[in-house]
Every structure is written in structure tokens, then in C-alpha cells.
Design a protein around this ligand. Structure first.
Ligand code: ZN
Length: 98
């Protein structure tokens, strides 16, 4: 999952499993650091901006987790709206029938 995470991020709830494993597995954390450095670090070298590996990796991980939380929140909101819409439709039918 590391190359995928570095290249495009991980979609869906897999991001939590990924984060959990990285936090608890030294060799995967090292692998992630190396791959992240070789992809993001090179981009920073080319643009000439400074690069703090640990901060950038932490930021990247935080953004991935936040994106996932937003998706879940949006989905929950949609379900709430759908239920509300169903109630409105149901009450119109009940009203029309009485
Ligand atoms: Zn591992």
C-alpha cells in the first residue's frame, strides 16, 4: 500500500488500517519515509523550496485522514437528508389521504 499512498493516497477506510500499521511497524514506517522522500523530496529539490521530511510526511498523512473523515461526514449528511426527505414525502401522502 505504500507506493499507492505516496502516489495518490489511499481512498476509503483502508487509510485507517494503513495509518495504524505504519504507527506500529518500524520497517514499514522506514519504507514509507524512504518512498515519500524520493517522491516528494525530489519535487521540492526541483522547485527549490525547503523540505522537512518528518513534518511533510505528518502533514501528508493528516490530509489523507482528514479527506477520509470529510467523505464519511458528507455521506452521513446525505443519509440524514434522505431520511428527512422521506418523512416529508410520507407526511404529504398521509395529509393527502386524510
Ligand atoms: Zn509492516
Amino acid at each position: 500500500m505504500i507506493p499507492r499512498f505516496v502516489a495518490e493516497g489511499i481512498k476509503g477506510s483502508d487509510i485507517y488500517r494503513f495509518k495504524e500499521h505504519i504507527d506500529n511497524c518500524a520497517s514499514c514506517k522506514e519504507e514509507l519515509t524512504i518512498q515519500f522522500l524520493s517522491s516528494e523530496g525530489v519535487a521540492h529539490l526541483e522547485s527549490g523550496t525547503s523540505f522537512h521530511l518528518e513534518n511533510e510526511l505528518f502533514e501528508y498523512m493528516s490530509r489523507a485522514l482528514k479527506a477520509r473523515q470529510m467523505t464519511v461526514r458528507m455521506r452521513t449528511l446525505m443519509i440524514v437528508y434522505e431520511i428527512a426527505a422521506l418523512f416529508v414525502i410520507a407526511s404529504i401522502f398521509i395529509y393527502a389521504g386524510s
